[in-house]
Design a protein. Structure first.
Ligand SMILES: Cc1cc2nc3c(=O)[nH]c(=O)nc-3n(C[C@H](O)[C@H](O)[C@H](O)COP(=O)(O)OP(=O)(O)OC[C@H]3O[C@@H](n4cnc5c(N)ncnc54)[C@H](O)[C@@H]3O)c2cc1C
Length: 440
């Protein structure tokens, strides 16, 4: 049941585990995008740095190897809140940096001939009812243009499409291949990557890994939803996002679906969905809504929530009725990290040498690149543009069981909100009440 499209297609290189004490200039905890891009950018700025990455399983094991492959310019918190809390200049810096980061990822991949199926076809949010259309119409800005029903269905032939909004700022890619290519590249420039190497303790200038002391001037925690609870004290919780993918689609179905530019796409529901046509012509679709576990437990069972996977399958067939006869060959999922105020973070203390980055909610493909790049510049002593995630105080989640009840009630409310919108044809009142409560 738990079979990831990306993981099952990519080849994987086994690496050494930590078997003895050692020391490095920089020790990075976590072999996902955050950890890998941190090493990449540090090496760009200071090629002589001795860097090691410690990954408890294998490179790309976490969300970086399992995601929807949207390299978007999205940020977890709303534009209005960003402007209110950080000012227009910081907001503009963020928009510009995220948009540039999408291209930079593409350029790095191209110049190194990485096979990551990168296609910058933009992103479409489409409406299938009047309420969704009203809601997305209010989101038009200089990055998003409105598409009429005909224009939207010209791009993507979804049943009952009523219109959409389109941004050119998104690329589809194969995330697991990106982790593998990046790791191999890092090794070629001298970064040491250890797998099956769990970091047990982080202290000033040292880590404890597989029982061995690793000395370091700087440590970077890049462990996102897999972070040990003792390191985050209720500052973030894991939420599961689940995905499915079809068999390779026959050319007649691909022609009917259209989307030859491989724009990523999602329906404008309150409960988040996301999809892409992959580089090898499958539909890969994901969504949230799997139940949050009491005390923030990570559980592989949550990755195979049958109810969620079959809901995704139904949604795919609702969008594209021609998929009725197609096999859904892959089903998988993974956790994303949700901070109390949906806030991403880059915290670095130059005195202790300890850094931590993450809190991307479900937007970490491009954002992890930008956060890691910014961290490398800060460590290098450079002046960086003001960005909203730098040295942020992160709030704490409510104690259990209040947290469990509230988070799962929030999920239920978004499902009901979508139902309400289908019935009334107006943007949901329930969603209007829930949105401020979840501090998005
Ligand atoms: C199903 C799904 C779909 C998604 N879709 C998208 C999308 O389309 N677009 C988008 O922008 N974002 C998406 N996301 C989110 C995105 O994948 C993440 O935000 C991003 O990959 C986070 O990267 P990371 O390196 O910070 O964390 P991860 O990739 O989770 O890596 C953390 C790593 O740390 C390791 N680790 C943890 N603790 C230790 C320890 N003590 N010692 C050693 N290693 C440790 C873990 O094993 C893991 O490999 C999705 C996520 C999921 C789960």
């Amino acid at each position: 049941m738990n079979r990831s499209l990306w993981r099952n297609q990519g080849s994987i290189t086994a690496r050494d585990c930590v078997k003895a004490a050692n020391s490095f200039d920089v020790a990075i905890i976590g072999g996902g995008f955050s950890g890998l891009w941190s090493a990449y950018h540090l090496k760009q700025l200071q090629p002589s740095l001795k860097i090691a990455i410690f990954e408890q399983k294998y490179v790309g094991y976490g969300a970086s190897g399992r995601n929807g492959g949207w390299a978007s310019a999205e940020y977890p918190t709303s534009n209005s809140r960003l402007i209110k809390e950080h000012g227009v200049q910081t907001y503009n810096n963020l928009r510009k940096s995220l948009i540039e980061s999408i291209d930079e990822i593409g350029q790095i991949a191209k110049s190194n001939a990485w096979q990551i199926e990168y296609a910058k076809g933009g992103a479409l949010v489409f409406a299938t009812n009047k309420a969704q259309l009203t809601r997305i119409s209010s989101e038009i800005d200089d990055e998003h243009k409105f598409l009429t029903k005909d224009q939207a269905s010209e791009l993507l032939n979804v049943a009952n499409i009523k219109g959409g909004i389109y941004t050119p700022h998104c690329a589809a890619l194969n995330p697991f291949n990106l982790t593998q290519s990046l790791a191999k590249y890092l090794e070629s420039i001298g970064v040491k990557i250890f797998e099956e190497s769990k970091v047990e303790e982080i202290s000033d200038k040292a880590l404890l890994v597989n029982g061995h002391r690793i000395g370091c001037q700087i440590s970077i925690r890049a462990t996102e939803a897999f972070t040990a609870r003792k390191w985050i004290a209720n500052q973030q919780i894991p939420i599961y996002s689940l995905m499915i993918a079809t068999e390779r689609l026959p050319s007649e179905i691909l022609t009917q679906i259209r989307n030859s530019q491989r724009a990523t796409f999602q329906e404008a529901c309150n409960l988040i969905t996301y999809a892409q046509i992959t580089g090898d012509n499958r539909l890969a679709i994901g969504g949230r809504g799997s139940r949050y576990k009491l005390f923030s437990h990570l559980s592989e069972r949550s990755e195979t929530d049958v109810r969620m996977h079959s809901a995704l399958e139904k949604r795919a067939v609702k969008w594209f009725p021609q998929l009725q006869s197609v096999n859904f060959e892959y089903r998988w999922g993974g956790p994303i990290a949700l901070t109390r105020r949906w806030q991403s973070y880059l915290n670095y203390n130059p005195i202790t040498g300890q850094a931590a980055i993450g809190g991307y909610v479900g937007d970490g493909v491009t954002l992890s690149y930008l956060v890691a790049k910014t961290l490398a510049q800060i460590i290098d002593g450079q002046k960086t543009p003001d960005l909203p995630f730098v040295n942020q105080r992160i709030g704490r989640w409510e104690p259990e069981p209040i947290r469990y009840l509230a988070v799962n009630a929030g999920f239920k409310a978004t499902v009901v909100a979508d139902f309400e919108e289908r019935i009334t044809g107006r943007p949901s009142l329930i969603a209007a009440v829930v949105d401020p409560l979840i501090n998005r």
